[in-house]
Write a protein that binds this ligand. Sequence first.
Ligand code: DX5
Length: 243
Amino acid sequence: MKRPAPPPPRSPRRARPTLIVPSILAADFGHLADQVAAAEEAGADRFQVDIMDGHFVPNLSMGPMFVATLRRLTRLPIEAHLMTARPQDWIRAAADAGADWIIAHAEATSFLDRIVTSITDAGARPAVALNPATPLCLLDEILPRVGMVLQMTVDPGWGGQRFLDHVLDKLRRLRALIDSRGMTCEIEIDGGVETDTIGAAAMAGANIFVAGSAVFSHPGGPAAGLAGLRAVLNGQRRARNRR
Ligand code: DX5
């Protein structure tokens, strides 16, 4: 008797968790503890601290002390996103302040291998970020050494910018590159993640979503912001599982 064909292999992406990572850049710093607690209660998976030095990006935001402050406010993992001209200057301080992930931009250094080693040596997990126009080939050699790639969906420097739709094609190529090499590296996106953009980004291959304005500037507060984003992702998962 002919044996039934085995079910099609589940794509690794289907097994990947979808994480939402509120960026405190958009939080109300006068009520940071309440905002962080509300986001954590509403199901945030991690938080991100945007460290900007006014050189790599034309804006000055916050330093490693905000990682330390956030560390006291949440049990969730914290990402330190280094938008700094000299990422090597901030790794140890961010790790000592409690960052679980440290994200360095490939555009900010000629010594990305040494940066990744420094992050690991400091006790954090390394990730590499690319701006929208930076070619994927910059990842070719470092990809096996990082657990996550952060593909910016805006040119960094401010929250509240509009999602760059043309980055979706680059996301699809990044997902194909990772899957073709049999890697489990996560793809995170950051910039303009809203209920009307997160679905297309997930379909293109991202599975971790940084959201600042959509969470902390939502008129209904962080819980409503997170619920809206999660509803889009859950709807997509249900539709995928029905196929
Ligand atoms: C650099 C920052 C922002 C922020 C999220 O620009 O990295 O992308 O985290 O900003 P929004 O408000 O677009 O989610």
